[in-house]
Design a protein. Structure first.
Length: 279
């Protein structure tokens, strides 16, 4: 039997199980069933906390459609909160995109504020338009542990992010064969407002951590300056569906690198303990 715990990071919700004993072995169909919001528990993704040979633990992440092999920023913060609740005090871990470390800055009222180090961001590729789509698509592509396409707009709430995001995710020739998450971003009064269509969930989520990082780095490259800058580092305040997160990084002048020393800070909260699941 597998006991799951539900956590959420800025409304991005996950089922997490402790698999340090190696006993959890879920099929793709079981992951899809558990994440189903009508016939299962419901979640944007599922994670396993596993042992690592070189770090404190290993994060194994699956989207709600059972696909894996990518990093999730909100999931990373949630698995750190889970590890802390399991009694761990160090948070150096490996994920699909490599090494991460994290700090818990605050822990009160069931909500932890987690600062998570992300991978350096390589080149940002700009496009005036994407081939194979009918919607306006000027924007840029970058990889923050997961592939993202970022488009800046004037009124982010006016867009059908599911319809347009799906068309870009599946139709844009430049993003195939893997596709990418699609972010629509509005910069207003020093804050980035971000809405994300996530592949693997195939819907808009309340927040996407790697998308918030991608939107912040893309904003800097585009010339949208943040409200905070100090000692070579810049910091963006980013509003997701309901919560505000922060992204800070050092813009890089190294060839092939757009941003380094990248950190994502935001809430991670325990929601519920799920009765044991029989696989």
């Amino acid at each position: 039997m597998v006991k799951f715990y539900k956590y959420q990071g800025a409304g991005n919700d996950f089922l997490i199980a402790d698999n340090r004993d190696g006993s959890v072995n879920l099929s793709k169909e079981q992951i899809v069933s558990l994440c189903d919001r009508r016939y299962g528990v419901g979640a944007d993704g599922l994670m396993l906390l596993e042992n690592s040979d070189v770090h404190d633990f290993r994060m194994v992440y699956y989207n709600s459609d059972g696909s894996g092999g990518m990093m999730c920023g909100n999931g990373g913060r949630c698995i750190v909160a889970f590890a802390a609740d399991m009694g761990m005090t160090r948070f150096d871990f490996e994920a699909a995109d490599g090494f991460h470390t994290a700090q818990i800055l605050d822990d009160g009222d069931g909500v932890k504020t987690v600062r998570l180090k992300m991978k350096d961001v390589s080149e940002v590729l700009a496009y005036s338009a994407l081939s194979g789509v009918s919607v306006p698509s000027e924007g840029c592509f970058l990889d923050t542990g997961t592939r993202h396409y970022v488009r800046f707009v004037d009124d982010v709430e006016a867009y059908d992010i599911v319809s347009e995001g799906r068309e870009i995710r599946y139709g844009a020739e430049e993003l195939q064969p893997v596709g990418a998450n699609v972010n629509y971003v509005e910069a207003k009064e020093g804050v980035l407002y971000v809405r994300t269509y996530e592949k693997g969930v195939e819907d808009e989520t309340f927040a996407c951590g790697t998308g918030i990082v991608a939107s912040s780095v893309a904003a800097y490259v585009r010339g949208i300056r943040p409200s905070h800058a100090s000692g070579g580092s810049v910091k963006y305040d980013v509003r997701a569906k309901r919560d505000v997160l922060a992204v800070d990084f050092v813009p890089s002048d190294r060839e092939g690198v757009a941003a380094e020393d990248v950190w994502l800070t935001g809430p991670a909260a325990f929601v519920a303990e799920i009765l044991p699941f029989v696989g």
